[in-house]
Design a protein. Sequence first.
Length: 333
Amino acid sequence: MALRTRLALRLWSALAALHQGGPGQHRRLSTPPGLGHTLDLRGIFPPLATPFSPIQEVDYAQLEGNLRRYTSIPFRGLVVLGSNGEYPYLSPSERLDVVSCVRQALPRDRLLLAGSGCESTKATIDLTVSTAEVGADVALIVTPCYFRGSMTSAALIQHYTEVANASPIPVVLYSVPANTGLDLPLEAVLTLAQHPNIIGIKDSGGDITRIGLMVHKTQQEDFQVLAGSASFLLASYVLGASGGVCALANVLGDPLCQLDRLCREGHWQEARELQHRLIEPNTAVTRRFGIPGLKKAMEWFGYYGGPCRAPLAPLSSLQIEELRSTFSINGWL
């Protein structure tokens, strides 16, 4: 039987076992979360959208306004300078200013993860050190991809090892093949998980077999797996993931934190029903309409979304109607 099939069967067997028992009886997540970890990454992290003014300058006042609302939601922390923050479109000085602004507004008990991955190892180290100096707790390092044909496992292991050796803060790997065209190879992840300053991975690929294997193969390491999307958050938790970095949390932060809580408390039927209602809205603000869709949806829930930075274009009237319908039919609007 193929490995993918075997793991899928194990997943469904685990779900069936979790549903067994009389009324009021629940089984919690079986992995002792946070045990022995340098930093406890359990919970939900929204990858913050970067607010821009009508003339496409970073709007720090609107960013602070969004942050005031986010601090009332039980997030484990926030991610800045990720894909949803339009990181590639920010200047070096803007990147550091955004990290500094968020750190000043964020309670000290909330973690701040900052994207600092660049194409070269040297630039990645330099930016990682700089983001740490302005308040980042963890460096989120996306795979270099411009010369993707040369990004072998050996090259990526060397890159991440050098970054982790030089970083003054812990490192979380970041694999987002939809944007980079490059999936961080599993064998590279398992090797890098042994590094004392690499504490986890955000995996946005959506391959639940891969997520299960990463959790299984790194149980003896100080390493945690974060689901990179709300669409497969429940399945990731069943397989032992610690938390999620989910674009949809910019819009529906409370429901995602509720899903996290339901899983930890073993309320699997409620968790499944909630997960079902989150899949289509999440797809709408990621694969279907992207960051312009995410920012438009934020406005409907009382946040500042605003324009994207060119060349990202705003949604058409028809796209806005389709986006709103997706949220409405799932009971969010």
